[in-house]
Design a protein around this ligand. Structure first.
Ligand code: B1M
Length: 208
């Protein structure tokens, strides 16, 4: 019988082989891909998110779990598309102009994917006009900006301004080590997250 709790546990433990095997087994037994995603993979990543926020697990564990989820998603994604299952939300994320740091951004991307979001990662050193162009192309409702340098924080402000001027109507979340809620308020961003797990909470709030 399909073991979705076992699948969630495989993601929590970062056991790629088991995550792939149990995903395939559940599909073979006729379980809907949405159920496998929600009650297996996302349930597992949710636990990792909670433990990460509570400092019970650290970045390496999150990366290992995210990799297990990614492997299982390779089997699940075509089935989700075939079944017409929409992602919970669509987000686009990049590191702002002048900044090459991407480890934190990548974690945010993984956690959002783990929570069922479709995420377009547009990389590092992204100029404001490129953000605007990519948002127009992908029609996302959530945009994430990451910065790790105090010297690139002004690029966040310019990017927020460019997105507002283009009237794209999306919610903007910012984050990165030097960034604060106060800075988000100052530059007119809609939200701030201190870490990758909190970024999921902020993105979910945006949907409501
Ligand atoms: Co750089 N670097 N670095 N660096 N680097 C820092 C950031 C620094 C604090 C080191 C230091 O001096 N102590 C310092 C910044 C000082 C400052 O501005 N206040 C610094 C500097 C100065 C520089 C250079 C200028 C050094 C030089 O060349 N003289 C240079 C700049 C290059 C550039 O960007 N133009 C530089 C280069 C590099 C490397 C390329 C060598 C490398 C980056 C590799 C990469 O990312 N692929 C690097 C690294 C690794 C670091 C440190 C050591 C680690 C950063 C990191 O990945 N942390 C960092 C010192 C440190 O933090 N101890 C440092 C782990 C990561 C998981 O955390 O990114 O904070 P973080 O992400 C968190 C949260 O912030 C949040 O969630 C994540 C997970 O919980 N978060 C978001 C992040 N983005 C978010 C977005 C959101 C929401 C939450 O919504 C969209």
């Amino acid at each position: 019988m399909a073991d979705l709790q076992g699948l969630a546990d495989a993601v929590i433990k970062g056991n790629q082989g088991e995550a792939v095997r149990l995903t395939q087994e559940a599909l073979d037994e006729g379980l809907g891909p949405k159920k496998v995603l929600e009650d297996g993979l996302i349930a597992g990543m949710n636990v990792i998110g909670v433990r990460f926020k509570a400092n019970e697990v650290y970045i390496p564990e999150v990366l290992i779990s995210a990799r297990a989820m990614k492997m299982a998603m390779e089997i699940l994604e075509p089935q989700l598309a075939a079944a017409g299952v929409d992602p919970v939300g669509k987000a686009l994320i990049g590191t702002v102009q002048g900044d090459l740091h991407d480890i934190g951004k990548n974690l945010v991307v993984m956690m959002l994917k783990g929570a069922g979001f479709h995420v377009e990662d547009i990389g590092v050193d992204v100029a404001p006009d490129i953000f605007v162009e990519k948002i127009k192309d992908s029609q996302v409702s959530i945009v994430g900006l990451s910065a790790l340098l105090t010297t690139t924080m002004p690029a966040m402000e310019k990017t927020v301004q460019a997105i507002r001027e283009a009237k794209l109507g999306c919610k903007i979340m910012i984050g990165g080590a030097p960034v604060t809620q106060n800075y988000a308020d100052t530059i007119g961003a809609d939200g701030y997250a201190a870490d990758a797990a909190s970024a999921v909470d902020v993105a979910k709030d945006f949907l409501n």
